[in-house]
Design a protein around this ligand. Sequence first.
Ligand SMILES: NC(=O)c1ccc[n+]([C@@H]2O[C@H](COP(=O)([O-])OP(=O)(O)OC[C@H]3O[C@@H](n4cnc5c(N)ncnc54)[C@H](O)[C@@H]3O)[C@@H](O)[C@H]2O)c1
Length: 246
Amino acid sequence: MSGKLAGRTALITGAASGIGAGIARLFAAEGARVALVDRDKVPEPPSGALCFEGDVADAALAEKVVGEMTKAWGRVDCVVTAAGMSIGKKLLDTTEEEWERVFAVNARGTFLWVKAALGPMIAGGGGSVVTIASQIPLSGGRGSASYASSKGAVIAMTRSVALDYAADKVRANAIAPGAIDTPFLHRSFTRAPDPDAARQRSLDRHPLGRFGRVEEVAKAALFLASDDSSFTTGSVLMVEGGWNAA
Ligand SMILES: NC(=O)c1ccc[n+]([C@@H]2O[C@H](COP(=O)([O-])OP(=O)(O)OC[C@H]3O[C@@H](n4cnc5c(N)ncnc54)[C@H](O)[C@@H]3O)[C@@H](O)[C@H]2O)c1
């Protein structure tokens, strides 16, 4: 099979919806063999995909999936951590349980999968770690204390991995999407007291004047997973319509 990821394997979390699903489709179209993880069943996975259902905060699941990938394909070239959640609350309104759950999914749910993938990646001569962060920790964002903090942790973790494993030929980069047209985004508006106003405020914060598309984030992930980004590591690639420049 030809394509920018021909002969490569990629593990993608959050692959049943939105950004993770778009990345799974594009990576498979570019020749990768993909292992897909989500708490929901992945609808219409690419042919030959390995699919797993479960919680990304489950360490045993991460080990199991990487074990199955290695057994089936002998290597792990790329890991993309797209599973994520938000609760849309200010700090004073956030319970300890909510804070811990957001960190369990976004921060621990990145740590565990990167950790599980790194061993076989290094053994195979290197690879690419692509984490999905957010535009919010870089700019601040209202009503998202736990989410912004957990995504800040994802960026810091990604940079640490980039430094610690550069000598092993592992590159690690984060993507900071702006508001992307997915179920996640629409859920965040419906939580607001006035969903239409919240939607308009979000649109107005993007100089490009629209929400992003899943395919636009998937192309950024393809760049970071492929040799096209061979001199890029420890970076945060903004795919946010100018949000942070505004
Ligand atoms: N859509 C946006 O505007 C936006 C902006 C910035 C960052 N992000 C980030 O992009 C990533 C993907 O979001 P999306 O917009 O595609 O959302 P989405 O809701 O469409 O997809 C997220 C997927 O993650 C899965 N998931 C959530 N928690 C899980 C868990 N504990 N275990 C296993 N799977 C779990 C969901 O089932 C879902 O399939 C998230 O990390 C999100 O924080 C999204």
